[in-house]
Design a binder for this molecule. Structure first.
Ligand SMILES: *Cc1c(COP(=O)(O)O)cnc(C)c1O
Length: 452
């Protein structure tokens, strides 16, 4: 690595600045929640940061530490329960520094074999959780959105390869509970998304799926997307009956476990996923409920050859890579250049062992169960839907949408908690997403108290 000839900060200084800051940030317990500033406030506080001569490392670091970082919410704060939080282990977060410092190209075996080997071991653990056979595999991509898109592109490739002459499968079936990235992938692919009405518990099931497929002709579909843990409620589709219908018609089954896939590691909820072993592709985001830092999605295929056929980029300057039988991660998803982004997850798994993951996921499930019980016990609250995994959605009786928003703004303003409302069937509701093992039952009680 190199500095610049006109460098105004020594390597020693940089090392101290960056490692000290990182170590200190990771020792915060809890970290400050922090809050967003307006562009005007940031302009005023930070001003122009890029100058011809440079600020020097110390001033740039001070600017980050004093102004910019406090204007970013700490997604690992134990009372950050919005969207899906991210609570990496120290091992994973610190190893991210190592990945950055190591100048590894993670796209090809030729260039990154050691990293790819380690990433593939972590992917194998994911395949084992799902129950995929030997030969299954895939790649770590930036997130569930790219993972879903990549899987659907592979599915379409297979369907069009196998389709009878003159038919071009162009449809995808899923429920309204599926993540917005499925609709987005269909937009990108110019595919048509067919909604399937969920059952009384919000799940995609086989009989309803079958009806919808028959309505348009199953040969017009190239994929069915089932969700293992919906983002809003944590609902797991009825995977056994869905898989059966997919098999009947030879349609690719993709299971989106971006959030909920982590529950596969928890014996107390593992039964909910029965049938998942029949999927053709699967994603889970370690940056959600598997304690890895952003950005990291594990994408795996039952038969990776279909993905390779769909995604391998061909060019004279790549022949040396593509004309081999090597495992090149880049051939299994949209994208070419890639960071070995699975390594922080791998390092943490290798360090702590898989049992620690089971324990941590079970802990968050127990805190979610506590939240559910508290909500049932307290007069002013009412649970909405069922709690399946670690997401709890509930109503504060008598509150309007404006009341939820005012409460949410107030507790963030106080840097006490970050809990944004959600909506379901037009109604504004409160929602906890609990994926941080440091979120305690006391945190839950305190947040509920704040809605009194
Ligand atoms: C979060 C989520 C996604 C999208 O993942 P990103 O990593 O945010 O791109 C897809 N599906 C489900 C079910 C999710 O919860």
């Amino acid at each position: 690595m190199h500095g610049f000839p006109d460098d105004n900060t020594s390597l020693d200084d940089l090392e101290r600045l960056i490692l000290d800051y990182s170590a200190e940030r990771m020792r915060y317990d809890p970290p400050p929640l922090d809050r967003a500033l307006t562009p005007e406030q940031l302009q005023e506080a930070a001003g122009t940061t890029i100058t011809p001569q440079g600020l020097g490392g110390q001033a740039a670091m001070d600017l980050f530490a004093d102004v910019l970082a406090p204007a970013c919410l700490s997604v690992d704060h134990p009372r950050y329960l919005s969207f899906i939080p991210c609570a990496p282990t120290e091992a994973a977060a610190m190893f991210d520094l190592v990945v950055g410092a190591s100048s590894i190209y993670g796209g090809s075996w030729l260039e990154g074999s050691g990293a790819v080997y380690a990433e593939n071991q972590a992917l194998r653990w994911v395949c084992d959780l799902v129950g995929l056979p030997e030969g299954a595999g895939g790649v770590f991509v930036p997130g569930g959105t790219i993972g879903n898109l990549s899987a659907l592109v592979a599915a379409r490739g297979r369907a069009r390869h196998e389709a009878a002459q003159g038919t071009r499968p162009f449809r995808v079936a899923t429920t309204s509970g599926a993540h917005s990235s499925i609709a987005s992938a269909c937009e990108v692919m110019d595919a048509e998304l067919t909604p399937v009405e969920p059952d009384g518990r919000g799940r995609l099931n086989g009989p309803r799926l079958r009806e919808v497929l028959l309505e348009h002709g199953p040969e017009s579909y190239f994929a069915v997307v089932a969700t293992a843990g919906t983002t809003n409620f944590g609902i797991v589709d009825d995977l056994t009956s869905v898989a059966q219908v997919c098999r009947e018609f030879g349609i690719w089954l993709h299971v989106d476990g971006a959030y909920g896939g982590a529950g596969l590691a928890a014996p107390s909820v593992r039964h909910l996923y029965e049938g998942i072993e029949q999927c053709d592709s699967f994603i889970v985001d370690p940056h959600k409920w598997l304690f890895a830092p952003f950005d990291c999605c594990a994408l795996v295929y039952r038969e990776p050859g279909y993905a390779r056929a769909a995604h391998t980029q061909k060019a004279g300057y790549l022949d040396v890579l593509t004309e081999t039988s090597d495992w090149n991660p880049t051939d299994y998803s949209v994208g070419l250049t890639r960071r070995a982004r699975g390594l922080p997850f791998w390092f943490s798994l290798a360090t702590h062992g898989t049992q620690a993951y089971t324990t941590a996921v079970e802990k968050t499930l127990a805190v979610a169960a506590f939240a559910e019980d508290e909500i049932a016990r307290r007069e002013e609250f009412e649970l909405v839907g069922e709690r399946t995994l670690s997401i709890v959605v509930f109503r504060r009786r008598g509150w309007s949408a404006a009341d939820y928003q005012a409460w949410s703004d107030r507790i963030l303003d106080q840097e006490f908690a970050f809990v944004v409302p959600t909506t379901h069937e037009g109604e504004t509701l409160a929602r906890f997403a609990i994926v941080n093992p440091q979120t305690s039952t006391d945190d839950i009680s305190a947040i509920l108290d704040s809605m009194g």
